[in-house]
Design a protein around this ligand. Structure first.
Ligand code: PLP
Length: 352
């Protein structure tokens, strides 16, 4: 607290990111990073751009990247917005599309950054409970609102909402924007991008942090009709004209173009997920079906916080949320087969 702070800053309750400890040989399964490296073509493009060109500002419109994303999804660059990680894209979404005189709606269990943006921008919100099995029931969202946002697959549950349900909601909620945060969609979901041309109030947000293994580069994007994209551009150009630097732009373009690396690594994660789920079930864990690069597991006989502490003592970190309804669950990122084996061996020891 300080008398120099703006009053708003006193009232903020900032997001707490998963820790990034600097410990050697750590099995780091706590922040849903991809265990496989980024595309070698992306790394080569970044290296090639480390030169005298860095004295120049980057393209403020990010046009080459918007074109690469548009090409990947069969859209036009006017339907693509790019930003410094999808967290920044989401921040612009909250400011640019959700400040209306009605509450914003999102699930009671979802990405914990959403209420933080509401606090920053003074947006009123109401959470909508998921079912006991953590399912999102779209009918619960048919009420007056300033907008609707949810992650699909959801975080931290991993559960996927079928595309038909999203379309059902879009057909009935026509007066506000519906944002689908698809940070994990490449690990087993069908993207709502397929609906963008038919629904002017649909915005899909994605990131290169998870499925393209570039969390350190900070690149995210939004897909929607030009009317929505223009709102995000207006906010961006009132905040920072150059959110993506030259290295991020060229690296992201190359990553979007390297489909072979993308397909191979996401397939490896999905295959490991299936194996890991089977093994965790044999150890007595329960988990909802995951379409993401993590699983959300609970053990009927063991306290989740104690399990997390026991894993940490063995050099393995997973995420535990001290929050209502989910404080007996662990969110475990899918690692390499070796990391997953280390996790299973440690859990076998702890549970024995
Ligand atoms: C990881 C994540 C993001 C943020 O991704 P960045 O692009 O790294 O900012 C957004 N939404 C959800 C649900 C996430 O899990």
């Amino acid at each position: 607290m300080s008398r120099y702070w703006s009053p708003l800053v006193h009232r903020l309750s900032p997001y707490v990111p998963g820790e990034q400890p600097r410990m050697p040989n750590l099995v780091k399964l706590n922040t849903n990073e991809n265990p496989y490296g980024p595309s070698p073509r992306a790394l080569a493009a970044i290296s090639a751009a480390v030169n005298d060109g860095l004295r120049l500002y980057p393209d403020p419109t990010g046009m080459q990247l918007r074109q690469a994303v548009a090409d990947y999804y069969g859209l036009t660059p006017a339907q693509v917005f790019v930003g410094n990680g999808s967290d920044e894209v989401l921040a612009h979404v909250f400011l640019g599309l959700f400040q209306h005189p009605a509450p914003l709606l999102f699930p009671d269990i979802t990405y914990s950054f959403y209420p933080v943006y509401c606090g920053l921008y003074g947006i009123d919100y109401q959470t909508v409970p998921l079912s006991d099995e953590f399912e999102l029931r779209v009918a619960d969202y048919l009420q007056r609102n300033a907008g609707i946002i949810f992650a699909n697959p959801n975080a931290p549950t991993g559960r996927l909402l079928p595309l038909a349900e999203i379309e059902w909601l879009l057909q009935r909620n026509t007066e506000s924007v519906v944002v689908v945060d698809e940070a994990y969609v490449d690990f087993g979901g069908a993207s709502a991008v397929a609906l963008v041309d038919r629904y002017p109030n649909l915005l899909v947000v994605q990131t290169l942090s998870k499925s393209r293994s570039l969390a350190g580069l900070r690149v995210g994007f939004a897909l929607g009709q030009p009317e929505l994209i223009q709102a995000l551009e207006r906010v961006k150009d009132s905040f920072n004209s150059y959110p993506l630097d030259r290295l991020a732009l060229v690296g992201a373009v190359a990553a979007m173009e390297d489909r072979e690396h993308f397909e191979r690594t996401r397939r490896a994660v999905m295959d490991s997920r299936a194996a890991l789920c089977r093994e965790l079930e044999q150890l007595g864990f329960h988990m909802p079906p995951s379409a993401a690069n993590f699983i959300f597991a609970s053990h009927p006989q063991r306290d989740a916080a104690e399990l997390a502490a026991a894993l940490r003592a063995r050099g393995i970190i997973v995420r535990h949320f001290r929050l209502p309804r989910i404080d007996q669950h662990l969110r475990i990122t899918i690692g390499t087969p070796e990391q997953n084996a280390a996790l299973l061996a440690a859990l076998g020891e702890i549970l024995a």
